[in-house]
Write a protein that binds this ligand. Structure first.
Ligand code: NAD
Ligand code: LMR
Length: 329
């Protein structure tokens, strides 16, 4: 049986970067047939229809069917995997939270449409910003679907953190392991190097030989670079990240479906782990096992890290309260 994948914002930039990788088997592997549902708003339909024609021309062996629609009931019908990408991106000088008012209204109706139409095993990944709070809205609106089936993408932040460490240490990125992201997909996020390794050696030890005082380097260079990388891309490209976001989305969903060998990062619903208020969608270190995620528990958090996690969690609380005030939760 083919897996039905619904992509919202399929006529947009990330959509275009995702569709062909999914059809080529990068998401679910070379043996899994896929059915694609391309959900757009009326203004985006032509672009999604064009992508659908190109999908035909790709003659992908794994692609059973493509349907383009602006009707959420059709778009989520029988959906096993939902990728909620469709939302406005920010422009230069904006923070992602400024998109709340523009985008929050999308995720309530889509959560409801998922609850009414998707398959029983549906798994939802929210990419559209602000991703954590949009995931919270969608999960809250999807009555009857367990909140655990909704995640927000922070894998891009983890990839950025690993890449920056590789550059600083002049090491291959593949040698850098375990750099979880805590908190919000925003400038307050905390990329945590405390247990990271380079070729099995503690990253902090290796950094001390190259950057002088490690704490100062983390505070002044590494953390801001990773947390504000989205803005850096926007300033240089003129529009927000696309291929790297699509790549991280593929990795996130592939790991969720197939499982991880080692811990990664995802925005998932808190049940009070690490003191994060219950119900918030917060990025944690997670393991993906048998189609489920599990927060890695029992990690010791020092006071310096705790302050950073708390600041990001406080921002998530503010975002939640803002959408509550807008009547969307
Ligand atoms: P884009 O403007 O190129 O495409 C967005 C598409 O979504 C458009 O085609 C638009 O018509 C469609 N859309 C809008 N509302 C919709 C709705 N209700 N239903 C279905 N489709 C709808 O933008 P993009 O570059 O593809 O970015 C999409 C989102 O992803 C933005 O919010 C961006 O900030 C976010 N993003 C998140 C991450 C992350 O790591 N979480 C990374 C990059 C971008
Ligand atoms: C990113 O991290 O690149 C995206 O969230 C887009 C943005 O607004 O920064």
């Amino acid at each position: 049986m083919a897996t039905t994948i619904t992509l919202t914002g399929a006529g947009g930039q990330i959509g275009y970067a995702l569709l062909f990788r999914i059809a080529a088997g990068d998401l679910l592997g070379p043996d899994e047939k896929v059915r694609l549902r391309l959900l757009e708003i009326p203004q985006g339909l032509k672009s999604a229809e064009g992508a659908a024609l190109e999908l035909q021309d790709g003659a992908f062996d794994l692609l059973e069917d493509v349907e383009v629609t602006d009707d959420a009931a059709v778009g989520f019908d029988g959906c096993n995997l939902a990728l909620l990408v469709g939302a406005r991106p920010r422009g230069p000088g904006m923070e992602r939270a400024e998109l709340l008012a523009a985008n929050a209204g999308i995720f309530g109706p889509q959560g409801r449409a998922i609850a009414e139409n998707a398959a029983d095993d549906v798994r939802v990944t929210v990419v559209g910003n602000p991703a954590n709070t949009n995931a919270l809205i969608a999960a809250t609106s999807a009555e009857g679907v367990p909140a655990e089936r909704f995640t927000a993408l922070t894998r891009l932040d983890e990839n950025r953190a690993r890449a920056q460490l590789a550059l600083a240490l002049d090491a291959p990125v593949s040698s850098i392991r375990f750099v979880p992201i805590w908190g919000n997909h925003s400038a307050t996020q905390f990329p945590d190097v405390s247990r990271a390794t380079v070729d099995g050696r503690p990253v902090v030890e290796a950094l001390s030989e190259r950057v002088g005082d490690v704490r100062t380097w983390l505070e002044d260079a590494f953390i801001p670079r990773v947390a504000k990388r989205g803005a850096e891309i926007i300033d240089i490209r003129g529009s927000s990240s696309v291929a790297s976001a699509a790549n991280a989305t593929i990795e996130h969903v592939r790991d969720w479906v197939h499982g991880t060998q080692e811990c990664t990062s995802a925005g998932v619903v808190s049940r009070g782990e690490y003191g994060v208020p219950e119900g918030l969608v917060c990025s944690f270190p997670v393991d993906f096992i048998d189609g489920n995620w599990r927060i890695v528990e029992g990690l010791e958090i020092d006071a310096w890290s705790r302050a950073r996690i708390d600041a990001s969690v406080a921002e998530l609380v503010e975002e939640r309260d803002a959408v509550r005030a807008l009547g969307m939760l």
